[in-house]
Every structure is written in structure tokens, then in C-alpha cells.
Design a protein around this ligand. Structure first.
Ligand code: SRM
Ligand code: SF4
Length: 587
């Protein structure tokens, strides 16, 4: 199937420049290897600036000191942020010790930043350290392939250590899907590892690919020579816990169990959260139900959805290129029909499923096999040694003695998983001594999240990660004044409307508009299945707090039993619910 299929209804417009650079890149090689040797700049030239993203890196600089350097006639101090590939977020203690060492010795900021897609980022890697970093990661059995760029990103899997057998099965699927959809080019190994064997993926067997989904490009049979029109995101979710926020993702496999075993998946396609302020052609949307598939069809289904989006996605306008826009343009039935043809199977009716929660269960829980799991709340995912709270050192000390594994959650937290009873007290003591456990953290803070934003994110319009902790203090006070200290509102902050902090699935969301100014959204729900609506534009922190004061007091007095704030806001008319995002999000 090609883009000439009339049902794709593609616009008659010139291709975006990214299409040229991907097509010309010799399967993502570009001239990155030569560029690495160019000591004149700390950055990457021409197309390589974009191409390094497919290798998991973004060029950045520290925006706090940009103006000062400009004044001194100095170029900005260019460096890269690296994002690791970690399907399902599982990492071993010995790997942790390795990344801890690299962050401490070879990055400008010294931190490990847990992301809300179950992996970690190093910020501030100078050019000379980039190649050693990839080699170091490879030694640890890790890589950063396809964690950015127009490809399928890190595949998420619900962090569910309690139901360990179901989690194990679901996690294996997350890994297999990640492998199946990875770029097959050897560019990463050639550039960063001098062609050496990739320890992270080379041993894994890639499943055969049906002819119906092949791209026609021998090197990249799934993704094609020009890769995907835009980034693509996939999850494996175990209900009733929607910690991965499936509606932020293009492709979702909802695990359906039968007698404690995995029977197959409900497939939901076309979620995504990004928009542009005031641009009504852009909108967040929830994923649509396609149907149920058995385990024998999972990989075919994944490749078929990706291939339809590959062939039918809009390659002229990157703001209209994601799967949700393709579905909107061609029609849901047409998209489903094409996926069924390519995977050579029909979707069955959706099996019953329900989501009841999204947040992580902070603290200890015991799993099916008697092992213990400790979920640590890491505010905004930033692991660093703070005065009186040496979090990063604490994690290192735990990693030195821990025999199980670590699991990074989609809420930017970390689980010390599979701890035997005999070691529980020791691990808890280390965590307490280093501030990784604090009895002062409220449920409200645990259910709040911010994206990175300033100073590293080049797209940030306002603070997010550095804004949230002090803002949370004030929200905590309001909650306490209203007798709600044991309750929470899913509250999220983004530095811009790209949606990284998943504000567009929050009960209350703040989206950066300018320095110190935010748009206030409300009306998402606790399960993460409803998009919130704009309530007020371009307001300051005091104005936001005044509104929250009123809202939270009204909620405390008028809520029905167990009613979350978002449902209350919709029921009492604070905001009209968003029912059909393309049509009523901006209405
Ligand atoms: Fe994101 C771009 C950080 C999750 C939507 N995101 C960026 C960049 C790389 C800025 C850039 O392009 O130069 C940010 C780097 C900041 C920094 O200095 O670290 C960035 N995004 C993040 C992270 C680290 C936020 C966090 O605090 O955890 C998350 C990394 C996830 C990962 O490990 O892969 C992150 N980004 C998300 C999510 C949430 C999710 O996936 O669950 C979204 C919304 C969901 C979606 O995709 O619809 C998201 N990020 C974006 C977009 C808008 C994409 C679009 O559809 O238009 C951009 C900008 C772009 O791609 O052009 C973006
Ligand atoms: Fe940067 Fe905007 Fe994403 Fe925040 S939402 S990390 S400011 S791109």
C-alpha cells in the first residue's frame, strides 16, 4: 500500500523539510560522525542537529546563562540531553550504578532526570563526552535508539509489581513491541560504537514481518526510508491502573486477563496531547477503541497500525502529522479497515475493562510472590543531591546492596522492586536517611507533575519543574484549610502547550504562556480519560491561587462521595466537559 491510496486523502502540498533530511540521511547516518570531530562548535551542524534525535539526543544550552554569554560575545554553551531507551522502565542496580557515575562525572548538571515515559535523561553532555557516553551505556546493556525523532518511542508498561505474573507477561510484550518497531539501521552502532555489537538488542530475535506492512525499503521494512511522519508512542496497560496515561499515546494495548493469565489486548489508537496556543487546527484527543486482538496478532497489529500511519500520515504539515489527525482526516472506519487488511485479521469487540487510578502507590506493597516493592516519590523525577536531601547518593547506596531491580514509573517515580523480607528494613533506612522517604509528602504533591521546561528545554515559555515545588506548598495549604489533606487533585504544569507534563489529561492543568504566566485548564478526571478545558488565559500565580482557593472550598463543601475535583467541576458547571475534542475543544 502506498501514499497514492485515495482513501489517505493527503493534501497536495510540498513535503516538510524534515522529509528531505530523513530521506537524504543514509538511514540516519547523516554526517554525524564527521561532525563529532568538529571542535569549532559544541553543537551539530545542518541536518545533524535533527538527526541526532533519532539516536536519542537533543542539542540544548542553559537558558539561564544564555543572555549573559551573549553579552560577553560568547556562543551559547552547547551540549546534548540524552534520553535512554528502557521499555517498561526496568533497570538493574548495576546499570543504575553506571548511569549514576556518568551523570556525576561527565554531565554539566550532575543529575539523573526520570521522565514520565519510564526512562531517564542526562542533561548537559558536552560533545567530547557523547561517544564515550554511548559506549558506556552499551557496556551497561543500554542504548538510546529511537527515544526521539519520527519513530516509535520508548514503549511504556504499567508499573504493577503486585500482580507480578500479569506484569511479567505485559512487560515482555512491551519489550517485544519495542524491538519489533525499532529502526533497523546500523547507524547507531556504526557512529557511536565503531560498528561493535549492540549489547542491548543484538541478541533478541525480531519477529518476521508480513509483506502487507513492509515499506519497500530493504533496511527499514517497518519504518521506511523516510521513517514516520512524526513521533509515535505506544503503551501496554494493565487495568485498572492507567499510570501510563494511555490517552497520550498513538497506540495502546490494554491487557485483558483470563484466570490470571494474559488472554489478549484491547487496542486503542490515536491519543495525543500537544496543541499550540490559539491554533484551532491543533488539539489534544483521547485514543479511539479499535477492538480486541489475541496474543498471536499483537506484533502484526502494532506493525500494521504503524505502517498505516507511515503511509497515510501528513508529511507536509508536521503540526497535523500525528496519528490522531490521520484518523480524523480519513475516518475511523477507514483507518481500522486498513489495519485489519494489513494484519490479516479482524478486531473482535472490545472486552470489558475499567480504569480506576493513575497515581503510583507510594511506599511498600507486597507482591504475589511474597517479595516487597518500595515506590519512592521523586519530585518531578529529578535525582540530585539537595542540601539535607542527598537523593542521588541515597539511590546509589540502595543500588549497591539491592538484588532485585528498579522500575521507573510513568509518574516520574521509582520502584525498588523485588526486595526480600530480610532486606526491607535496611533499604527503608537508607531511603529515609537520604530524604527519599518523607512522611511530610502529601497525596496532593504525589499527584502533581511538571515537565522539565527551563533552563534546558528550548521550547519552554514558562517555568514548570522549578515552579511546581513551591506552588505545591501553597496548594497543600489550601487543601489543609478545607480539610482535604488526605485527598488530592491531579494537578500538572507544562512550560508550553506541547503537553509533556500531560496537563491535557489533568484535573487542573497549567500551561505556560510567558514567563510567570499560565493558561488554566480544568475538568479532566482522575482516571485520565477526559481532556480538560481552558478556563482562564494568561494569568499569574496569585490569580491562579485565588481561583484554586474558591474551587477547592466549593469542592470540599459540595462534592458527592469520593467525587474527584475534575468530575465536580464538570457536574457543577465550572467548565463544560470536552466530549469530542476535534470539534468542541476550542468551542
Ligand atoms: Fe516532550 C518536546 C521533555 C513527554 C510532547 N519534550 C520535548 C523536548 C525534547 C523539547 C525539544 O523538542 O527540544 C523536551 C526536553 C526538555 C528537557 O530539557 O529535558 C521534552 N517530554 C519531555 C519529558 C522529559 C517531560 C518530563 O518532564 O518527563 C518527557 C520525556 C518522555 C520520554 O522519556 O520519552 C516528555 N512529551 C512528553 C509527553 C507525555 C507522554 O508522552 O506521555 C508529551 C505529550 C504526549 C504527546 O506526545 O502527544 C510530549 N514533547 C512533546 C512535544 C509535542 C509533540 C506533538 O505532538 O506536537 C514536543 C515538541 C515536538 O515534538 O515538536 C516535545
Ligand atoms: Fe519543554 Fe514544553 Fe515539553 Fe515542557 S511541555 S518540556 S516546556 S516542550
Amino acid at each position: 500500500m502506498t501514499t497514492t491510496d485515495p482513501r489517505a486523502k493527503l493534501p497536495d502540498a510540498p513535503l516538510a523539510d524534515n522529509e528531505r533530511l530523513k530521506g537524504d540521511s543514509d538511514h540516519l547516518r547523516g554526517t554525524i560522525a564527521e561532525d563529532l570531530k568538529d571542535g569549532m562548535t559544541g553543537g551539530f551542524n545542518g541536518d545533524n542537529f535533527q538527526l541526532i534525535r533519532f539516536h536519542g539526543m537533543y542539542e540544548q544550552d542553559n537558558r539561564d546563562i544564555r543572555a549573559e554569554r551573549n553579552e560577553q560575545k560568547l556562543d551559547s554553551l552547547k551540549n546534548v540531553m540524552l534520553r535512554c531507551r528502557l521499555p517498561g522502565g526496568i533497570i538493574k542496580p548495576e546499570q543504575w550504578l553506571g548511569i549514576d557515575k556518568f551523570a556525576g562525572e561527565s554531565t554539566l548538571y550532575g543529575s539523573i532526570r526520570l521522565t514520565n515515559r519510564q526512562t531517564f535523561q542526562f542533561h548537559g553532555v558536552l560533545k567530547d563526552n557523547i561517544k564515550p557516553m554511548h559506549q558506556w551505556l552499551n557496556e551497561l546493556g543500554l542504548d538510546s535508539i529511537a527515544t526521539a525523532g519520527d519513530v516509535n518511542r520508548n514503549v511504556l508498561c504499567t508499573s504493577n509489581p503486585v500482580e507480578s505474573s500479569l506484569h511479567k507477561e505485559a512487560y515482555e510484550w512491551a519489550k517485544k513491541i519495542s524491538e519489533h518497531l525499532l529502526p533497523k539501521t546500523r547507524a547507531y552502532a556504526e557512529i557511536w560504537l565503531d560498528g561493535e555489537k549492540l549489547h542491548s538488542t543484538d541478541d533478541l530475535v525480531t519477529a518476521p514481518l508480513a509483506d502487507s506492512v513492509k515499506s519497500g525499503d530493504a533496511t527499514e521494512p517497518v519504518l521506511g526510508k523516510n521513517y514516520l511522519p512524526r513521533k509515535f508512542k505506544t503503551t501496554v496497560v494493565i487495568p485498572p491502573h492507567n499510570d501510563v496515561d494511555l490517552h497520550a499515546n498513538d497506540l495502546n494495548f490494554i491487557a485483558i486477563g483470563e484466570n490470571g493469565k494474559l488472554a489478549g489486548f484491547n487496542v486503542l489508537v490515536g491519543g495525543g496531547l500537544s496543541m499550540e496556543h490559539g491554533n484551532t487546527k491543533t488539539y489534544p484527543n483521547t485514543a479511539r477503541e479499535f477492538g480486541f486482538i489475541g496474543l498471536d496478532k499483537v506484533l502484526d497489529c502494532a506493525a500494521s497500525v504503524v505502517s498505516v500511519q507511515r503511509d497515510w500520515g501528513n508529511r507536509s504539515d508536521r503540526k497535523n502529522a500525528k496519528t490522531r489527525y490521520t484518523i480524523e482526516r480519513v475516518g475511523l472506519d477507514v483507518f481500522i479497515d486498513e489495519v485489519e487488511k494489513r494484519m490479516d485479521a479482524k478486531f473482535e469487540s472490545i472486552r470489558p475493562y475499567q480504569f480506576t487510578s493513575r497515581g503510583d502507590r507510594i511506599g511498600w506493597v507486597q507482591g504475589e510472590e511474597g517479595r516487597w516493592h518500595l515506590t519512592l516519590f521523586i519530585e518531578n523525577g529529578r535525582l540530585l543531591d539537595y542540601p539535607g536531601r542527598p537523593l542521588k547518593t541515597g539511590m546509589r547506596e540502595i543500588a549497591k546492596i539491592h538484588k532485585g531491580d528498579f522500575r521507573l514509573t510513568a509518574n516520574q517515580n521509582l520502584i525498588v522492586a523485588n526486595v526480600p523480607e530480610a532486606q526491607k528494613a535496611q533499604i527503608e533506612q537508607i531511603a529515609r536517611d537520604h530524604g527519599l522517604i518523607s512522611d511530610k509528602v502529601t497525596p496532593q504533591r504525589e499527584n502533581s507533575m511538571a515537565c522539565v521546561a527551563l533552563p534546558t528545554c528550548p521550547l519552554a515559555m514558562a517555568e514548570a519543574e522549578r515552579f511546581l515545588p513551591a506552588f505545591s506548598d501553597k496548594v497543600d495549604e489550601i487543601m489543609a484549610e478545607n480539610g482535604l489533606s488526605d485527598d488530592y487533585i491531579v494537578l500538572r504544569v507544562n512550560g508550553c502547550p506541547n503537553g509533556c507534563g500531560r496537563t491535557m489529561l489533568a484535573e487542573i492543568g497549567l500551561v505556560g504562556k510567558a514567563v510567570g504566566r499560565y493558561n488554566l485548564y480544568a475538568g479532566g478526571n482522575r482516571q485520565g480519560t477526559r481532556i480538560p478545558r481552558l478556563f482562564k488565559e494568561n494569568i499569574t500565580e496569585p490569580e491562579i491561587l485565588e481561583i484554586l482557593n474558591e474551587w477547592i472550598a466549593a469542592w470540599a463543601k459540595g462534592r458527592e462521595a469520593d467525587e474527584g475535583f475534575g468530575d465536580f467541576a464538570v457536574r457543577t458547571g465550572i467548565v463544560k466537559p470536552v466530549v469530542d475534542a476535534p470539534r468542541d475543544f476550542w468551542a
